[in-house]
Design a protein around this ligand. Structure first.
Ligand SMILES: [Zn+2]
Length: 67
C-alpha cells in the first residue's frame, strides 16, 4: 500500500498523509501550531479595508442563483 506524501505547508518537508498523522497536512505538531499561530497573527494584522459597517458579502452562496 502506497503511502501518500504531502508537502508540509509550514516547512515543506514530506509528511505522511494517513490517519496516524494527527497533524496532517503538517509533518508535526510543531508545524501545525506554527501555522495556526501565523494564521492568527495574519488575521489580526490585516486591516479592515474600506469598512463602513455594512455587512460582509457571503463567500459562499448555497442557494442557486436565478441566472
Ligand atoms: Zn513541517
Amino acid at each position: 500500500m502506497a503511502v501518500k506524501l504531502v508537502a508540509c505547508p509550514q516547512c515543506g518537508a514530506s509528511a505522511e498523509w494517513n490517519p496516524q498523522n494527527r497533524f496532517r497536512p503538517f509533518c508535526s505538531e510543531r508545524c501545525k501550531l506554527m501555522d495556526l499561530g501565523a494564521w492568527a497573527t495574519e488575521r489580526y494584522r490585516v486591516p479592515v479595508a474600506e469598512s463602513d459597517g455594512s455587512e460582509i458579502p457571503p463567500e459562499e452562496d448555497p442557494a442557486p442563483r436565478p441566472n
